[in-house]
Design a protein around this ligand. Structure first.
Ligand SMILES: [Zn+2]
Length: 317
């Protein structure tokens, strides 16, 4: 008896598990079917649910493959003013202020040795505020090139070109948000060898995001050597490799080289010219003019003690 009962139970159990198996299979099939349908049509489904997200996604994709126009409000304002700008031929040779910043953050005590390269965020913002109130327009590298080669200026506008050397972390975290707030543009000269390799420098992702929002990125060589005392081969590699990196990754024609520590020789300038750069910016003090040579342009050094009033006096046109 016990044996028979257990056999019956087994059969029963077998039958039961067979039915469960069938139901499970049907369940799995249904889920798979749903997954396939979702996979095939999720784009249109998502568009129905989140039309804006889909639009953003399209913009982001095209901006990688093509040279996308900046999309933020700040850069739209800049873009618009750039397009509407009327250029006027000048009778006197034009001189433009190219400002040279490095770091913008609150200096830590252990940074005392680099104190002259660090500007307090409050000071930096006071500069931007002063430019805004005085009606300054912030230039792109391409506009600076146009001004210096065609001897033109935008109608009814004062101009300034904000440059930052060394592609430091705080350009993204501190300077860039302020620049956006004031609808201004700046150029950062990148040490390409530090990108994605050194934590205190900008990442390529940050650079791309800022580029989409109107900031420019130009070359400050690969390793920041003293070019004046580098071999011709080393100079060549530094200026060519950094340009290739930026051209390729940012889908642009990189036109500016900032000499590391402002050091260069005649040989360096020739190398930079051969590498197809159009402008070279130095640490020689003063306003920039074509007469000094497009590859050896002066800049105005910004110090921690540079006040907004003092700066306007220095660059006043
Ligand atoms: Zn530097």
């Amino acid at each position: 008896m016990p044996a028979q009962r257990s056999r019956a139970k087994r059969i029963n159990h077998k039958h039961h598990s067979h039915t469960t198996f069938l139901w499970r299979m049907i369940g799995i099939l249904l889920v798979s079917l749903l997954a396939i349908v979702f996979y095939l049509y999720h784009d249109s489904m998502l568009t129905l649910i989140y039309p804006k997200t889909q639009e953003d996604k399209t913009v982001a994709t095209t901006s990688i493959s093509t040279k996308q126009e900046p999309t933020s409000e700040a850069s739209k304002a800049n873009q618009a003013s750039s397009e509407e700008m009327t250029w006027e031929k000048q009778t006197e040779p034009v001189k433009i202020p190219i400002l040279m910043y490095h770091a913008v953050h609150i200096m830590a005590p252990e940074e005392a040795a680099n104190a002259n390269l660090i500007v307090d965020p409050t000071t930096f913002e006071s500069h931007l505020k002063a430019f805004q109130e005085a009606g300054y327009y912030t230039l792109t590298p391409e506009e600076a090139y146009k001004i210096l080669t065609e001897n033109v200026l935008p109608k009814d506008k004062k101009v300034v070109w904000l440059t930052f050397d060394d592609s430091l972390w705080d350009f993204y975290s501190i300077a860039y948000p302020l620049l956006k707030q004031y609808h201004m543009k700046a150029t950062n000269n990148v040490i390409t060898g530090t990108t994605d390799t050194q934590p205190d420098h900008l990442t390529l992702e940050q650079i791309k995001e800022m580029q989409e929002n109107g900031m420019s990125f130009q070359s400050h060589t690969v390793n920041h050597p003293d070019l004046e005392y580098s071999t011709p081969e080393a100079q060549n590699a530094e200026v060519i490799d950094s340009k290739e990196y930026l051209d390729h990754n940012l889908n642009q024609d990189t036109i500016v080289l900032a000499y590391p520590a402002g050091r260069y020789s005649e040989q360096t300038v020739k190398t930079v010219e051969n590498a197809q750069y159009k402008l070279g910016v130095t640490t020689n003090e003063g306003l920039a003019s074509a007469a000094d040579g497009l590859l050896t342009l002066n800049r105005v050094r910004i110090l921690p003690v540079t006040t907004a009033d003092g700066l306007l006096q220095t660059i006043g046109q």
